[in-house]
Design a protein around this ligand. Sequence first.
Ligand code: AMP
Length: 406
Amino acid sequence: MKTLVVNCGSSSLKYQLFNMENETVMAKGLVDRIGQENASLKHDSVGIGRITIRSGIPDHSKAVSDMINALTDPEYGVLKSVDEIAAVGHRVVHGGEKFSDSVVIDNNVMAAVKDCVVYAPLHNPSNIMGIESCEKLCPGVPQVAVFDTAFHQTMPKHVYLYAIPYEYYEKHGVRRYGFHGTSHQFVANRAASLLKKPLKDLRMITAHLGNGCSITAIKDGKSLETSMGLTPLNGLMMGQRSGDIDPAVVAAMGDIEKLDANGIVAILNKKSGLLGVSGVSNDMRDIHKAADAGNERAQLALKMFCYRIRKYIGTYAASMNGLDVLVFTAGIGENDPYVREVACSNFDFLGIELDKKRNESPEKEKIISTDKSKVTVMVVPTNEELMIARETRRLVGNNSPKKAKK
Ligand code: AMP
Protein backbone atom coordinates (compact mmCIF):
# COMPACT_ATOMS: atom_id res chain seq x y z
CA MET A 1 0.00 0.00 0.00
CA LYS A 2 1.53 3.33 -1.09
CA THR A 3 0.45 6.16 1.15
CA LEU A 4 1.08 9.81 0.43
CA VAL A 5 1.39 12.14 3.43
CA VAL A 6 0.74 15.82 2.78
CA ASN A 7 1.48 18.66 5.19
CA CYS A 8 0.37 22.04 3.87
CA GLY A 9 1.61 25.18 5.62
CA SER A 10 0.58 28.71 4.73
CA SER A 11 3.23 28.99 1.98
CA SER A 12 4.69 25.50 1.83
CA LEU A 13 3.77 21.90 1.12
CA LYS A 14 5.81 19.01 2.54
CA TYR A 15 5.15 15.49 1.35
CA GLN A 16 6.38 11.93 1.81
CA LEU A 17 5.35 8.82 -0.07
CA PHE A 18 5.51 5.66 2.06
CA ASN A 19 5.51 2.03 1.07
CA MET A 20 3.45 0.83 4.04
CA GLU A 21 4.39 -2.81 3.49
CA ASN A 22 7.70 -2.05 5.21
CA GLU A 23 7.10 1.58 6.30
CA THR A 24 9.89 2.90 4.08
CA VAL A 25 9.99 6.32 2.46
CA MET A 26 9.95 6.07 -1.35
CA ALA A 27 10.11 9.80 -2.05
CA LYS A 28 9.77 13.10 -0.25
CA GLY A 29 9.77 16.74 -1.10
CA LEU A 30 9.11 20.32 -0.18
CA VAL A 31 7.35 23.02 -2.17
CA ASP A 32 8.53 26.28 -0.70
CA ARG A 33 7.45 29.93 -0.97
CA ILE A 34 4.11 29.17 -2.65
CA GLY A 35 2.75 32.41 -4.14
CA GLN A 36 6.16 34.08 -4.39
CA GLU A 37 8.33 34.53 -7.48
CA ASN A 38 11.12 32.31 -6.18
CA ALA A 39 8.87 29.33 -5.39
CA SER A 40 10.53 25.95 -5.86
CA LEU A 41 9.94 22.23 -5.49
CA LYS A 42 12.74 20.11 -4.04
CA HIS A 43 12.03 16.46 -4.71
CA ASP A 44 14.00 13.43 -3.53
CA SER A 45 13.23 9.98 -4.91
CA VAL A 46 15.02 7.53 -2.63
CA GLY A 47 17.65 5.60 -4.59
CA ILE A 48 17.02 7.60 -7.77
CA GLY A 49 18.10 11.13 -6.95
CA ARG A 50 17.16 14.67 -6.09
CA ILE A 51 15.85 17.43 -8.27
CA THR A 52 14.93 21.08 -7.74
CA ILE A 53 12.26 22.52 -10.00
CA ARG A 54 11.63 26.24 -10.19
CA SER A 55 8.38 27.20 -11.86
CA GLY A 56 5.51 29.54 -11.09
CA ILE A 57 3.65 28.08 -8.09
CA PRO A 58 0.91 30.62 -7.38
CA ASP A 59 -1.17 28.45 -5.06
CA HIS A 60 -1.52 25.11 -3.28
CA SER A 61 -3.41 23.62 -6.21
CA LYS A 62 -0.35 24.09 -8.48
CA ALA A 63 1.90 22.84 -5.67
CA VAL A 64 -0.12 19.60 -5.44
CA SER A 65 -0.04 19.19 -9.22
CA ASP A 66 3.77 19.72 -9.29
CA MET A 67 4.14 17.18 -6.46
CA ILE A 68 2.10 14.58 -8.41
CA ASN A 69 4.13 15.31 -11.58
CA ALA A 70 7.40 14.82 -9.66
CA LEU A 71 6.18 11.53 -8.13
CA THR A 72 5.09 10.19 -11.54
CA ASP A 73 7.88 11.65 -13.69
CA PRO A 74 9.22 8.90 -16.01
CA GLU A 75 12.84 9.90 -15.31
CA TYR A 76 13.05 10.69 -11.60
CA GLY A 77 9.63 9.69 -10.23
CA VAL A 78 8.82 6.55 -8.22
CA LEU A 79 5.27 5.90 -9.49
CA LYS A 80 4.05 4.85 -12.93
CA SER A 81 0.77 6.60 -12.33
CA VAL A 82 -1.21 8.34 -9.64
CA ASP A 83 -3.43 5.23 -9.44
CA GLU A 84 -0.69 3.54 -7.40
CA ILE A 85 -1.45 5.87 -4.48
CA ALA A 86 -3.80 3.93 -2.21
CA ALA A 87 -4.58 6.76 0.19
CA VAL A 88 -3.55 10.29 1.13
CA GLY A 89 -3.08 11.34 4.77
CA HIS A 90 -3.27 15.05 5.55
CA ARG A 91 -1.95 16.87 8.59
CA VAL A 92 -4.77 19.11 9.79
CA VAL A 93 -3.79 21.51 12.54
CA HIS A 94 -7.09 22.21 14.31
CA GLY A 95 -9.93 19.75 14.70
CA GLY A 96 -11.67 21.60 17.54
CA GLU A 97 -13.83 19.44 19.82
CA LYS A 98 -15.31 17.46 16.93
CA PHE A 99 -12.32 15.22 16.31
CA SER A 100 -10.70 13.10 18.98
CA ASP A 101 -9.34 10.73 16.34
CA SER A 102 -8.20 10.72 12.73
CA VAL A 103 -11.00 10.42 10.19
CA VAL A 104 -11.66 9.54 6.54
CA ILE A 105 -12.57 12.81 4.85
CA ASP A 106 -16.07 13.39 3.46
CA ASN A 107 -18.22 16.49 3.02
CA ASN A 108 -19.22 16.57 6.70
CA VAL A 109 -15.61 16.37 7.80
CA MET A 110 -14.67 19.19 5.42
CA ALA A 111 -17.46 21.36 6.80
CA ALA A 112 -16.25 20.73 10.37
CA VAL A 113 -12.62 21.49 9.44
CA LYS A 114 -13.83 24.74 7.87
CA ASP A 115 -15.64 25.59 11.12
CA CYS A 116 -12.28 25.34 12.91
CA VAL A 117 -10.65 28.00 10.68
CA VAL A 118 -11.60 30.58 13.28
CA TYR A 119 -9.24 28.90 15.82
CA ALA A 120 -6.36 28.35 13.38
CA PRO A 121 -6.62 31.07 10.73
CA LEU A 122 -2.95 30.66 9.75
CA HIS A 123 -3.08 26.89 9.34
CA ASN A 124 -6.48 25.32 8.59
CA PRO A 125 -7.08 27.25 5.31
CA SER A 126 -3.86 25.81 3.81
CA ASN A 127 -4.78 22.32 5.05
CA ILE A 128 -8.19 22.68 3.37
CA MET A 129 -6.61 23.82 0.08
CA GLY A 130 -4.27 20.82 0.18
CA ILE A 131 -7.15 18.38 0.71
CA GLU A 132 -9.30 19.92 -2.03
CA SER A 133 -6.41 19.92 -4.52
CA CYS A 134 -5.56 16.28 -3.77
CA GLU A 135 -9.23 15.31 -4.19
CA LYS A 136 -9.21 16.93 -7.62
CA LEU A 137 -5.94 15.40 -8.79
CA CYS A 138 -6.31 11.96 -7.19
CA PRO A 139 -10.03 11.32 -7.76
CA GLY A 140 -11.39 8.31 -5.92
CA VAL A 141 -8.37 7.99 -3.63
CA PRO A 142 -9.41 8.03 0.07
CA GLN A 143 -8.17 11.05 1.99
CA VAL A 144 -7.63 10.95 5.74
CA ALA A 145 -7.33 13.90 8.14
CA VAL A 146 -4.94 13.51 11.10
CA PHE A 147 -5.37 16.34 13.59
CA ASP A 148 -2.69 18.00 15.73
CA THR A 149 -5.36 18.54 18.37
CA ALA A 150 -6.93 15.03 18.46
CA PHE A 151 -4.56 13.35 20.95
CA HIS A 152 -5.26 16.08 23.52
CA GLN A 153 -9.04 15.66 23.40
CA THR A 154 -8.72 13.37 26.43
CA MET A 155 -7.83 16.32 28.70
CA PRO A 156 -10.43 16.58 31.47
CA LYS A 157 -12.71 19.60 31.53
CA HIS A 158 -11.18 21.16 34.65
CA VAL A 159 -7.83 21.06 32.84
CA TYR A 160 -8.85 22.40 29.44
CA LEU A 161 -11.18 25.20 30.58
CA TYR A 162 -9.94 28.76 31.01
CA ALA A 163 -11.28 30.55 34.09
CA ILE A 164 -13.23 33.06 32.01
CA PRO A 165 -17.02 33.52 31.73
CA TYR A 166 -18.38 30.08 30.84
CA GLU A 167 -20.34 31.23 27.79
CA TYR A 168 -17.12 31.89 25.86
CA TYR A 169 -16.54 28.15 26.04
CA GLU A 170 -20.15 27.08 25.64
CA LYS A 171 -21.04 29.35 22.75
CA HIS A 172 -17.69 29.91 21.08
CA GLY A 173 -15.45 26.99 22.04
CA VAL A 174 -12.81 29.15 23.73
CA ARG A 175 -10.69 26.58 25.65
CA ARG A 176 -7.31 24.88 25.65
CA TYR A 177 -6.95 22.45 22.72
CA GLY A 178 -3.22 21.70 22.49
CA PHE A 179 -1.15 20.88 19.41
CA HIS A 180 1.74 18.66 18.20
CA GLY A 181 -0.54 15.76 19.26
CA THR A 182 0.73 13.48 16.50
CA SER A 183 4.31 13.97 17.68
CA HIS A 184 3.54 13.54 21.40
CA GLN A 185 1.56 10.38 20.67
CA PHE A 186 4.25 8.95 18.37
CA VAL A 187 7.17 9.43 20.80
CA ALA A 188 5.10 8.29 23.80
CA ASN A 189 4.22 5.01 22.07
CA ARG A 190 7.78 4.54 20.85
CA ALA A 191 9.26 5.22 24.31
CA ALA A 192 6.87 2.74 25.95
CA SER A 193 7.67 0.13 23.33
CA LEU A 194 11.45 0.65 23.80
CA LEU A 195 10.97 0.22 27.55
CA LYS A 196 8.77 -2.84 26.92
CA LYS A 197 6.05 -1.46 29.18
CA PRO A 198 2.41 -0.58 28.39
CA LEU A 199 2.06 3.19 27.96
CA LYS A 200 -0.97 3.13 30.25
CA ASP A 201 1.24 2.04 33.17
CA LEU A 202 3.66 4.98 32.80
CA ARG A 203 3.43 8.57 34.03
CA MET A 204 5.17 10.26 31.15
CA ILE A 205 6.13 13.78 30.07
CA THR A 206 6.93 14.35 26.39
CA ALA A 207 8.79 17.56 25.50
CA HIS A 208 8.55 18.51 21.81
CA LEU A 209 11.24 21.19 21.47
CA GLY A 210 11.51 22.44 17.90
CA ASN A 211 10.91 25.85 16.44
CA GLY A 212 7.47 25.41 18.01
CA CYS A 213 7.65 23.88 21.50
CA SER A 214 5.08 22.08 23.61
CA ILE A 215 5.14 19.70 26.55
CA THR A 216 2.54 17.10 27.50
CA ALA A 217 1.69 15.09 30.61
CA ILE A 218 0.52 11.59 29.68
CA LYS A 219 -1.22 9.43 32.29
CA ASP A 220 -3.11 6.16 31.76
CA GLY A 221 -1.95 6.35 28.14
CA LYS A 222 -3.84 9.60 27.56
CA SER A 223 -2.95 13.28 27.28
CA LEU A 224 -3.77 14.78 30.69
CA GLU A 225 -2.51 18.27 29.98
CA THR A 226 -0.45 20.06 27.39
CA SER A 227 1.16 23.49 27.29
CA MET A 228 -0.30 24.94 24.09
CA GLY A 229 -3.79 26.39 24.35
CA LEU A 230 -6.56 27.70 22.12
CA THR A 231 -3.75 28.41 19.66
CA PRO A 232 -0.12 27.26 19.47
CA LEU A 233 1.07 30.48 21.16
CA ASN A 234 0.74 29.34 24.77
CA GLY A 235 3.14 27.51 27.06
CA LEU A 236 6.88 27.07 26.59
CA MET A 237 9.13 29.77 25.18
CA MET A 238 9.67 29.01 21.47
CA GLY A 239 11.81 30.11 18.53
CA GLN A 240 9.77 33.21 17.90
CA ARG A 241 6.64 32.72 20.01
CA SER A 242 6.38 34.09 23.54
CA GLY A 243 4.62 31.19 25.22
CA ASP A 244 2.93 32.08 28.53
CA ILE A 245 2.39 35.75 29.35
CA ASP A 246 -0.03 37.71 31.49
CA PRO A 247 -2.90 38.48 29.03
CA ALA A 248 -2.88 42.10 30.23
CA VAL A 249 0.51 42.43 28.51
CA VAL A 250 -1.48 42.57 25.25
CA ALA A 251 -3.27 45.74 26.41
CA ALA A 252 -0.07 47.28 27.80
CA MET A 253 1.88 46.61 24.59
CA GLY A 254 -1.12 47.80 22.54
CA ASP A 255 -1.02 51.16 24.31
CA ILE A 256 2.72 51.47 23.70
CA GLU A 257 2.63 50.40 20.05
CA LYS A 258 -0.81 51.88 19.20
CA LEU A 259 -1.82 48.47 17.86
CA ASP A 260 -4.97 46.41 18.33
CA ALA A 261 -4.95 42.95 19.96
CA ASN A 262 -4.30 41.17 16.65
CA GLY A 263 -1.29 43.40 16.00
CA ILE A 264 0.17 42.51 19.40
CA VAL A 265 -0.62 38.81 18.98
CA ALA A 266 1.36 38.95 15.71
CA ILE A 267 4.37 40.30 17.67
CA LEU A 268 3.90 37.53 20.25
CA ASN A 269 3.76 34.95 17.42
CA LYS A 270 6.55 36.19 15.18
CA LYS A 271 8.95 38.47 17.00
CA SER A 272 9.13 36.99 20.48
CA GLY A 273 10.63 33.88 22.09
CA LEU A 274 14.34 33.20 21.52
CA LEU A 275 14.37 35.78 18.72
CA GLY A 276 12.69 38.54 20.69
CA VAL A 277 14.76 38.15 23.86
CA SER A 278 18.15 37.58 22.20
CA GLY A 279 17.69 39.90 19.23
CA VAL A 280 19.89 37.33 17.45
CA SER A 281 17.80 34.55 15.90
CA ASN A 282 14.93 32.12 16.39
CA ASP A 283 17.34 29.25 15.70
CA MET A 284 18.81 27.54 18.76
CA ARG A 285 22.12 26.87 17.00
CA ASP A 286 22.61 30.63 16.48
CA ILE A 287 21.63 31.29 20.09
CA HIS A 288 24.33 28.88 21.31
CA LYS A 289 26.97 30.50 19.08
CA ALA A 290 26.09 33.98 20.28
CA ALA A 291 25.89 32.87 23.94
CA ASP A 292 29.30 31.16 23.68
CA ALA A 293 30.70 34.37 22.19
CA GLY A 294 29.53 36.28 25.27
CA ASN A 295 26.25 37.81 24.02
CA GLU A 296 24.37 38.38 27.28
CA ARG A 297 20.90 38.51 25.77
CA ALA A 298 21.49 35.21 23.98
CA GLN A 299 22.66 33.75 27.33
CA LEU A 300 19.51 35.10 28.96
CA ALA A 301 17.26 33.69 26.21
CA LEU A 302 18.85 30.27 26.68
CA LYS A 303 18.39 30.45 30.45
CA MET A 304 14.73 31.46 30.08
CA PHE A 305 14.09 28.71 27.51
CA CYS A 306 15.48 25.98 29.81
CA TYR A 307 13.86 27.40 32.96
CA ARG A 308 10.41 27.31 31.39
CA ILE A 309 10.86 23.62 30.48
CA ARG A 310 11.92 22.82 34.09
CA LYS A 311 8.90 24.67 35.42
CA TYR A 312 6.53 22.61 33.28
CA ILE A 313 8.26 19.33 34.15
CA GLY A 314 7.74 20.16 37.84
CA THR A 315 4.13 21.18 37.30
CA TYR A 316 3.22 18.10 35.32
CA ALA A 317 5.03 15.75 37.70
CA ALA A 318 2.87 17.29 40.45
CA SER A 319 -0.31 16.86 38.35
CA MET A 320 0.48 13.18 37.90
CA ASN A 321 1.73 12.63 41.48
CA GLY A 322 5.12 11.55 40.14
CA LEU A 323 6.99 10.81 36.95
CA ASP A 324 8.30 7.60 35.41
CA VAL A 325 9.52 8.68 31.96
CA LEU A 326 10.60 12.00 30.44
CA VAL A 327 11.04 12.11 26.66
CA PHE A 328 12.77 14.80 24.60
CA THR A 329 12.02 15.14 20.89
CA ALA A 330 12.11 17.49 17.82
CA GLY A 331 15.03 19.64 16.56
CA ILE A 332 16.25 20.94 19.92
CA GLY A 333 15.02 18.03 22.05
CA GLU A 334 16.83 15.52 19.82
CA ASN A 335 20.04 17.43 19.18
CA ASP A 336 20.83 19.72 22.09
CA PRO A 337 22.44 17.97 25.09
CA TYR A 338 22.97 21.32 26.86
CA VAL A 339 19.24 22.16 26.90
CA ARG A 340 18.41 18.64 28.07
CA GLU A 341 20.99 18.82 30.85
CA VAL A 342 19.83 22.21 32.17
CA ALA A 343 16.14 21.28 31.85
CA CYS A 344 16.77 18.15 33.94
CA SER A 345 18.98 19.79 36.57
CA ASN A 346 18.08 20.20 40.27
CA PHE A 347 15.40 17.54 40.19
CA ASP A 348 16.85 15.47 43.04
CA PHE A 349 13.47 15.46 44.78
CA LEU A 350 11.94 13.78 41.73
CA GLY A 351 14.86 11.41 41.30
CA ILE A 352 16.00 12.58 37.86
CA GLU A 353 19.66 11.73 37.34
CA LEU A 354 21.18 12.30 33.91
CA ASP A 355 24.17 10.35 32.65
CA LYS A 356 26.45 12.96 31.04
CA LYS A 357 28.08 10.51 28.63
CA ARG A 358 24.77 9.05 27.46
CA ASN A 359 23.32 12.54 27.08
CA GLU A 360 26.18 13.57 24.81
CA SER A 361 26.44 10.35 22.80
CA PRO A 362 25.65 10.63 19.07
CA GLU A 363 22.93 7.95 19.08
CA LYS A 364 19.58 9.26 17.92
CA GLU A 365 17.30 7.11 20.07
CA LYS A 366 18.58 6.59 23.59
CA ILE A 367 18.14 6.54 27.36
CA ILE A 368 20.12 9.43 28.84
CA SER A 369 19.47 8.88 32.57
CA THR A 370 21.64 6.73 34.83
CA ASP A 371 20.59 3.18 35.61
CA LYS A 372 19.62 4.22 39.14
CA SER A 373 17.65 7.34 38.13
CA LYS A 374 14.04 7.05 39.38
CA VAL A 375 12.85 8.73 36.19
CA THR A 376 13.93 7.25 32.85
CA VAL A 377 14.93 10.16 30.61
CA MET A 378 14.96 9.42 26.89
CA VAL A 379 15.57 10.98 23.49
CA VAL A 380 13.15 9.69 20.85
CA PRO A 381 13.18 11.19 17.36
CA THR A 382 9.72 12.24 16.26
CA ASN A 383 8.25 11.17 12.94
CA GLU A 384 4.91 12.87 12.41
CA GLU A 385 4.77 11.82 8.75
CA LEU A 386 5.10 8.13 9.59
CA MET A 387 2.45 8.51 12.30
CA ILE A 388 0.09 10.12 9.73
CA ALA A 389 0.82 7.30 7.27
CA ARG A 390 0.07 4.71 9.99
CA GLU A 391 -3.16 6.46 10.92
CA THR A 392 -4.14 6.56 7.25
CA ARG A 393 -3.48 2.85 6.85
CA ARG A 394 -5.39 2.11 10.07
CA LEU A 395 -8.48 3.91 8.76
CA VAL A 396 -8.34 2.89 5.12
CA GLY A 397 -7.02 -0.65 5.58
CA ASN A 398 -4.43 -2.31 3.40
CA ASN A 399 -6.61 -2.30 0.33
CA SER A 400 -7.83 1.07 -0.69
CA PRO A 401 -11.65 1.05 -0.50
CA LYS A 402 -13.86 3.18 -2.65
CA LYS A 403 -13.84 6.80 -1.60
CA ALA A 404 -16.24 7.66 1.21
CA LYS A 405 -19.63 8.62 -0.22
CA LYS A 406 -20.26 12.32 -0.27
P1 AMP B 1 12.22 21.59 14.28
O1 AMP B 1 11.13 22.63 14.32
O2 AMP B 1 11.85 20.32 14.99
O3 AMP B 1 12.78 21.35 12.91
O4 AMP B 1 13.45 22.19 15.14
C1 AMP B 1 14.08 23.37 14.79
C2 AMP B 1 14.97 23.80 15.93
O5 AMP B 1 15.92 22.76 16.22
C3 AMP B 1 15.80 25.05 15.63
O6 AMP B 1 15.79 25.92 16.75
C4 AMP B 1 17.19 24.49 15.43
O7 AMP B 1 18.19 25.41 15.78
C5 AMP B 1 17.18 23.35 16.41
N1 AMP B 1 18.28 22.43 16.15
C6 AMP B 1 18.47 21.65 15.07
N2 AMP B 1 19.66 21.00 15.18
C7 AMP B 1 20.22 21.40 16.35
C8 AMP B 1 21.44 21.11 17.05
N3 AMP B 1 22.33 20.25 16.53
N4 AMP B 1 21.66 21.72 18.23
C9 AMP B 1 20.77 22.58 18.76
N5 AMP B 1 19.61 22.90 18.15
C10 AMP B 1 19.34 22.33 16.98
